[in-house]
Design a protein around this ligand. Structure first.
Ligand code: CO
Length: 279
């Protein structure tokens, strides 16, 4: 028993067998996975912008590319799969620090997005690359790309299960983290307050102005559910720059020179504060 050879010139997927155009729903499983993951990610990014009322040009462009390449993928366009896979890798690369900080903090309001979008991009890369590799011979001939009843289906199911489990556990973890943040940082000098990055927050760093003597150290505590930095403004003296501080993180700096030090948060320049160091 041998299969019918592909008729010459059958470029489109699914036309291999008997030259019959299959129904829309008979698309190879791999194309459904790439389509679903890309369209989900696109809609999730747009939903995030709508929920928090901000507009990020880069994020929006990525979302639109994901949306278009996802839809064209389901129509069997090889270039769309290539674009969707490449842009997914590019996105993970360029947003890695933000994604990583959000992924490890269930209290972050964008946790749901990080815990679902990162695995979704993983599926895009795996199924996208394998589809491109086997494209010439026909991906409908590889069971794990053609059908959900395969290793490919199991992998997808495992990833979806991971995401659902992550969301459920993350929800409980967020409750605990929020409780701890409320009572945390009592020994710190300056609190990065809840919702510090929101425009309505009068004192993102509290107190906004803090006075010490030369030789004293100052400690900041991040009581917010988002990541922030403590970064001295450009100019002299340029003194300190913390890494991204996640919820519950502290940062300390010892002042050895008198002066007035204005500082801000690197990702949120509207967050500002001042340290006065007296001799
Ligand atoms: Co900030």
């Amino acid at each position: 028993m041998t299969r019918n050879p592909r008729p010459p010139g059958a470029e489109e997927l699914g036309e291999a067998e008997l030259g019959v155009k299959p129904s829309f729903w008979k698309k190879p499983f791999a194309l459904w996975v790439v389509f679903g993951a890309l369209v989900y990610s696109a809609l999730a990014f747009l939903a995030l912008e709508a929920t928090f009322g901000f507009f990020d040009p880069a994020l929006t462009v990525f979302a639109l590319i994901f949306l278009v390449s996802g839809i064209l993928t389901l129509r069997g366009n090889r270039w769309a799969i290539l674009a969707g896979t490449a842009v997914s890798i590019l996105f993970i690369g360029s947003f890695a620090p933000i994604l990583a900080g959000t992924f490890v903090n269930p209290a972050n309001p964008a946790f749901w997005l990080a815990v679902s979008a990162i695995p979704a991009f993983g599926l895009v890369v795996v199924f996208g690359v394998l589809s491109l590799v086997h494209w010439k011979k026909g991906i409908e001939r590889k069971p794990y790309l053609a059908s959900p009843r395969s290793a490919g289906g199991l992998l997808t199911l495992a990833v979806v299960g991971f995401v659902i489990g992550g969301l459920v556990i993350g929800n409980f973890a967020a409750i605990s983290i929020n409780k701890l943040l409320l009572g945390g940082g009592a020994e710190a000098d300056i609190q990065i307050v809840r919702d510090a990055a929101l425009p309505g927050t009068a004192q993102p760093f509290s107190p906004a102005t803090f006075t010490v003597r030369v030789g004293d150290s100052v400690t900041w505590f991040n009581a917010d559910v988002m990541e922030h930095t403590v970064t001295s403004d450009a100019g002299t003296p340029v003194a300190f720059d913390s890494p991204l501080l996640n919820s519950g993180d502290t940062f300390s700096f010892t002042f050895t020179q008198a002066g007035t030090y204005a500082y801000h948060c690197a990702p949120h320049p509207t967050m500002t504060g001042t340290i006065i160091v007296n001799p």
